[in-house]
Ligand binder design. Structure first.
Ligand SMILES: Cc1cc2nc3c(=O)[nH]c(=O)nc-3n(C[C@H](O)[C@H](O)[C@H](O)COP(=O)(O)OP(=O)(O)OC[C@H]3O[C@@H](n4cnc5c(N)ncnc54)[C@H](O)[C@@H]3O)c2cc1C
Length: 557
């Protein structure tokens, strides 16, 4: 337990009376930290800390990497900003060497500040200095922006759009230079690459690559693409909310866990501009923020997460998992969390303009290209509603094209209300897309009214198609039973499907192959929601434990 004398070594408390120091010593937690251990995480609950021994560094997550932004020495405090503002920690605090700190809960701090107003004033002054001082938060903001990569490519180049989207989804900051920008060569710092070589990527302080494959981009940026081991307790297919939840629970419960993701972590949720109905985020949370937090959590707990790798085949008998490129992993259990893919619109002229103004899903990197333009959204579900709200902050107008009588039946009430309140969003009911036109990029669309049969041409600066999604499960082995729409059967439905070989009932999320589980959107279930995916991903790990326990008890069964 910390003594009053030790507390008096913290500068802000030095002038407290013996009685007040005694009170604080009763309530302060005495914490020993090993090097690298965090006293408080970025985004963590507020509290005031004092450093007794060692050295603490303030660490802020910038572009997916930790950046040391400050330091505390014995006698210093940290946590003054959150306790003063009643906010969460704007940066994390980690032991740079073995350290000893005290932690004072906010109500205990305020009780001391009531009795000794000078302490409150000093903590407030330090907080203000941390925010406004040249080495504080204001200093961090004032630092010149240093992206991790530079991309050169024309606006309407589909490969360049895919590369930018990939970097964005993997939370890699980048500067995009369009060759026709007046200051392009200046930003590139040399003669621009030829247009036929684009897109070109330069990793800042690293290599430059021409028309790179996304795997190569991931490798150059230090994202994991190669498995570290040959055998895992759990191999998770897909890093959407379900897969990331399985990773967090699997790794935290001591299972050797790897997640293989063909694109970028976050899945569909990563493309959602604002999820308003996820528990614990009263003002909503962007899918990107949710995915980035989940990713950090999974990695911190020890899960391996590979990106740009696709699982192409599963051998149900041996439970071997084949990755593109030929790697084979042995898995004691497998969790299918591979979600769904956007339904494509088959129409003349469409394919040619995808990536050139037409996008599947609400591609957020396209937002700047819609400034001042009229854009169109096809779909009437929640994802279409969210996309409309998102683009209405960028485009001059957003028109939702909806085949039915309106969006009220298919969209959540809160979105219907938000859309109705936005003056630059309109809904065209009983309207279908008939054609898309454009040369280098999308210029106009034809829409047909099912009421009048009339076709109208509308100028369009962007067309976003959100007409639902399908399970893409054709690559799964035939032993895994699917329903008529390709979704994976689990639990009671797997038990009654042909092929369940076990002498027990399958676990709730178990497929027709013992030890292979499915969760989230790919599972046959009417609920397609982030909360359901997260819940099922976590539950799947509980069933993995039960399965492994039984398998160990009767190795052949
Ligand atoms: C624009 C939009 C807005 C939404 N808004 C909301 C909302 O407000 N509230 C809400 O609750 N829900 C919302 N949803 C739905 C929610 O995002 C999904 O229910 C949820 O993401 C499903 O999670 P999942 O992990 O099962 O699948 P997904 O999110 O689909 O993730 C699956 C992942 O698996 C990867 N993958 C697939 N096959 C393979 C393979 N063979 N190898 C490797 N990787 C593979 C994919 O690349 C993908 O990253 C929204 C969806 C969208 C698209």
């Amino acid at each position: 337990m910390v003594t009053p004398e030790e507390i008096a070594r913290i500068t802000v408390f030095a002038a407290l009376s013996e009685r007040d120091l005694g009170r604080l010593s009763q309530v302060a937690a005495d914490i020993m930290l090993v090097p690298g251990e965090y006293a408080a995480y970025e985004g963590g609950e507020r509290a005031l800390f004092g450093l007794l021994e060692g050295r603490i560094e303030a660490v802020k997550r910038v572009d997916g990497a930790d950046k040391v932004v400050g330091e505390r020495k014995p006698g210093d405090i940290f946590g003054e900003v959150p306790v003063t503002l009643g906010s969460v920690f704007p940066a994390g605090f980690r032991a740079a060497e073995a350290s000893r700190v005290i932690r004072i809960e906010p109500h205990d701090f305020h009780a001391v500040a009531d009795i000794a107003p000078d302490v409150g004033r000093e903590v407030g002054r330090l907080a203000s200095h941390r925010i406004a001082g040249s080495r504080g938060l204001q200093g961090i903001v004032a630092e010149p922006w240093a992206p991790r990569a530079i991309v050169v490519g024309p606006r309407w180049d589909a490969a360049c759009a895919a590369l930018r989207h990939f970097l964005d989804r993997n939370q890699v900051s980048f500067r995009w230079i369009q060759p026709d920008m007046p200051d392009a060569a200046e930003h590139w710092d040399g003669p621009l690459p030829a247009v036929e070589d684009c897109p070109v990527l330069r990793v800042v302080d690293g290599k430059t690559v021409v028309k790179p494959q996304l795997r190569r981009v991931a490798e150059l940026l230090g994202l994991s693409t190669e498995p570290l081991a040959a055998e895992y307790d759990v191999v998770v297919v897909g890093a959407g909310p379900a897969g990331l939840a399985a990773a967090v629970y699997g790794a935290s419960e001591g299972l050797r866990t790897i997640v293989v993701e063909r694109e970028a972590p976050g899945g569909q949720a990563g493309t959602s501009s604002r999820i308003e109905n996820y528990l614990g985020f009263p003002s909503g949370v962007s899918g990107e923020e949710l995915a980035s937090r989940a990713l950090q959590q999974a990695r911190r707990l020890g899960a391996e997460i590979l990106v740009t790798r696709t699982i192409t085949r599963i051998d149900a008998g041996t439970r071997q998992v084949h990755l593109d490129g030929g790697d084979v992993l042995r898995a004691r259990t497998i969790i299918l969390a591979c979600g769904v893919v956007w339904r494509q619109l088959r129409m003349d002229g469409f394919e040619r303009l995808v990536g050139k103004g037409i996008s599947y899903g609400a591609v957020r990197t396209e937002a700047p290209a819609t400034h001042g333009l009229d854009v169109h959204i096809i779909g009437a579900g929640n994802s279409a509603g969210q996309a409309a709200m998102f683009f209405s902050n960028h485009a001059r107008s957003v028109t939702i094209l909806c085949r039915g009588d309106g969006v009220e039946k298919s969209m959540s009430r809160y979105l219907v209300d938000q859309i109705a309140a936005r003056p630059n969003i309109q809904v065209l009911r009983r309207t279908e897309i008939a054609a898309a036109h454009g040369g280098a990029s999308l210029e106009a669309i034809d829409v047909r009214s099912s009421e009048t049969g009339e076709t109208t041409r509308l100028e369009s600066g962007g067309l976003f198609i959100l007409i639902g999604a399908d399970a893409e499960t054709g690559w799964l082995p035939p032993e895994i039973a699917l329903n008529d729409h390709g979704y994976v059967l689990t639990g009671p439905e797997a038990a009654s499907a042909e092929g369940w070989p076990g002498d027990r009932d399958p676990f709730l999320l178990e497929t027709t192959v013992p030890g292979i589980f499915a969760c989230g959107d790919v599972r046959a279930s009417p609920v397609k929601r982030v909360a359901a995916a997260v819940g099922e991903g976590s539950m799947a790990i509980a069933f993995v434990h039960q399965y492994l326990k039984q398998a160990e008890a009767s190795p052949v069964g």
